[in-house]
Write a protein that binds this ligand. Sequence first.
Ligand SMILES: [Zn+2]
Length: 450
Amino acid sequence: MMTAMLQPRYAAKVHTHAPRRRHYFDREAETLPREALARLQLKRLRASLKNACENVPLHRERMRARKLLPQDMRALEDVRELPFTLKTDLREHYPFGMFARPRESLARLHASSGTTGKPTVVGYTARDLATWADLMARSMACAGARPGDVVHNAYGYGLFTGGLGAHYGAERLGATVVPMSGGSTERQVLLIQDFGARVLCATPSYALNIAEVAEREGVDLRASKLEIGLFGAEPWSEGLRREIEARLGLKALDVYGLSEIMGPGVAVECEAQDGLHAWEDHFLIEIIDPESGQPVSEGEAGELVITTLTKEALPMIRYRTRDITRATTARCACGRTHLRLQRITGRNDDMLIIRGVNVYPSQIEAVLVGLPGVAPHYQLVVERNGSLDELTVEVEAATLEHVLDELEARVRHQIKSMIGVTTRVVAKKPGEVPRSQGKAVRVRDLRPKK
Ligand SMILES: [Zn+2]
């Protein structure tokens, strides 16, 4: 059966360094001059606000309270007059209260499992799904995927938008999709080789798990046909990128999205690996100071705020993503005109305050990955000791030969000197830190619930 059919391939990968022809999924949209892009955004902004106000009581009431009408938007900057939408709005109007279309006319629902309370529910019309597939196909092409490629999709299928988002995008691009979902990692390694996947879609932590399982089984995936990794749904560091690239023999690109806005495919890195192009013909991007709510200057760090321009079922006005990034409209080597977001280092909600120092898990990751003797697997444990929050970093020795005490002291010193925070470090034996099967659990928060 399967084993007879699937012979492992150990042939060396032929690396062609000749540049492939630049490929756009939608050349006109992706290279639209910025002035034309702004005109299109303004037109679509008014239409989207009209949809929101006519069909969603919450948006209508908030606009009315500010005495604003959709046609009052005379320039894109006027968006700053509009109220923000928060994740709690979705929870409070659970399940369908934010929808601008009757439930009967929706083609699909997705939901995110919140850590507390009710899930966040999002809905799509058939046209929303088509737009999403187009934008994900555009994102994949931007990352270097081509029609005819085998796309191995290890994002989880189900209510999570990652699996189906990547799936329909790859189909729309004209690729051959392998709908693996997460888990059964040994089998994933086998099928990546035997089906000749050129593109791997996964969370970065799961991609690392695939690399590790392959190595353990004596399979060299660097010799497979893999060339592109499209990784997202988790913040990850540049160090982890280099680690995955070296171990899987591919180019790793970051894809960004969130279900409240659409799902994966809101923004993606191009082959320049220098920021993620956000698809501005469908999303209006703002970067604000999270405290004051005021815009920051271009290039400054702040919270990403997104207004949807074409969503039918769930239009979002100034949705606060809680993600911290910077934006640049500088020209990109790839020829695309859409602004670029710096890779997101952390969600505001993930930020830990340890003895007065703000720490994102991805900062700790950046210290750990590449440190000699330390495997790229970790967990952070936060506990309350009296009035102080304390952080324990659980790391893993790369091999059994490493002396754990010595490793702990070295990691503690490195974190202190790089981030300036004092932590406890516990070094574990190889394989003892839990591996990701999808979304990695980076933080175990043992503090009493407020
Ligand atoms: Zn680019």
